[in-house]
Ligand binder design. Structure first.
Ligand code: C5P
Length: 208
């Protein structure tokens, strides 16, 4: 069984996916980490982000991508590069293939909860349950600001809100796999109390 969770930056997809993973014993795949991993490698190697040839070179070296959530992958710099490289079809094809292979390889022993921007709309269109998480820009910026401060990064709320708007614009307007509400997805309003969101989702999973 596959549950997909799509939604914009800072909507709480990761928290919801982790909750489902713990509560229901599903394997959690955070597809954003795959984009962040590649972005981090690009940042480290100081290649020209506009050069698709150089990005392809780095991808060649990256045979096995880790789903582990290292702190170094969460910085705003990495977020920005991730959303830029995510506009390239060749990057998305590479990462989608990796996700599908991973699920195929492990599907005998596991159910999955997978979060990202295109999981229900492109990568796993036939998933048993598709969720789309909806939260206002302001609430997302507030949560992201708190996350960064708590993890010890310097942060300015107004800048975070600006960055969130920019990432939304990039994610929603790119020509390849833009962020959309996947067909058949259930929209979850995650502006309020997490417990309410969790109860709503548990009911949906029980009814699959
Ligand atoms: O979800 P997260 O913020 O970690 O993702 C980092 C970036 O990777 C996003 O801003 C988005 O541009 C890109 N991404 C994507 N498709 C996914 C997951 C992430 O385009 N399935």
């Amino acid at each position: 069984m596959i549950v997909t969770i799509d939604g914009p930056a800072g909507s709480g997809k990761g928290k919801i996916a982790k909750y489902i993973s713990n509560k229901w014993g599903f394997k959690h795949l955070d597809s954003g980490i795959l984009y962040r991993n590649l972005a981090y490698k690009i940042l480290k190697s100081q290649i020209d982000i506009k050069s698709t040839t150089e990005i392809k070179e780095i991808m060649k070296e990256q045979k096995n991508i880790s789903f582990r959530n290292y702190k170094r992958l969460r910085s705003e710099k990495v977020s920005k590069i991730a959303s830029i490289i995510a506009t390239h079809k060749f990057v998305r094809d590479h990462i989608n293939k990796f996700q599908r292979n991973f699920v195929n390889f492990n599907k005998k022993n596991s159910h999955f909860v997978i979060d990202g921007r295109d999981i229900g709309s492109v990568v796993f269109r036939n998933a048993e349950l598709k969720l789309y998480i909806d939260v206002s820009e302001q609430n997302r910026a507030k949560r992201r600001y708190k996350q960064l401060i708590d993890s010890g990064e310097k942060s300015i709320y107004r800048q975070i809100l600006k960055d969130i708007k920019l990432r939304d614009k990039k994610d929603k307007n790119r020509s390849v796999s833009p962020l959309v509400i996947p067909s058949g997805a259930i929209i979850i309003n995650n502006n309020g109390n997490f417990l309410r969101t969790a109860n709503q989702i548990n009911k949906l999973i029980r009814n699959i």
